[in-house]
Ligand binder design. Structure first.
Ligand SMILES: [Cu+2]
Length: 156
């Protein structure tokens, strides 16, 4: 009989609970309404894809080994802020874009650094900025790539 009593107790407890909930929701105070709205609101605050493209920071992870970056092709729009996270997994490497005066410190294996690159507002779409590793002959060994300026709309 004990388990049954327990179930009945649980059942009536849940009845009481739902009754209370019901009461609360009919007699809701304005603060509680505000709380409910807050929980629903965040998705509406997410910016539209167009805004992300034009105004948001574009972030890249660039992994470096001997003698290669994980990508040789970066893109960003005019006026956009680009963050490059250089993660060195092997050897010693840096990340340089001469035209944009970007030069990280040389990182050892296991180290990483993040550098901010500002794409000029007046950069023409199609402009190419070479990036490379300035350590030893790494560039000649293949540690180079191209940052290409895209039209903002192309990134959608
Ligand atoms: Cu290197």
């Amino acid at each position: 009989m004990k388990p049954l009593k327990f179930i009945i107790a649980l059942f009536s407890a849940s009845l009481i609970f739902s009754a209370c909930t019901h009461l609360n929701s009919t007699e809701t105070s304005s603060t509680e309404v505000g709380g409910e709205i807050d929980q629903v609101a965040p998705p509406e605050e997410v910016v539209s894809p167009e805004e992300v493209v034009r105004d948001e920071v574009v972030a890249y992870e660039l992994t470096a080994v001997n003698f290669e970056y994980s990508t040789d092709d970066l893109t960003a729009a005019p006026g956009q802020e680009m963050q490059v996270r250089l993660i060195v997994e092997e050897g010693m490497h840096d990340f340089v874009i001469d035209e944009l005066e970007v030069q990280t410190d040389v990182m050892n294996a296991g180290e990483e650094t993040t550098v901010t690159v500002m794409i000029p507002e007046d950069a023409e779409p199609g402009t190419e900025y070479p990036f490379y590793c300035s350590v030893g002959n790494h560039r000649e060994m293949g540690m180079e790539g191209t940052l290409t300026v895209t039209a903002a709309a192309d990134r959608n």
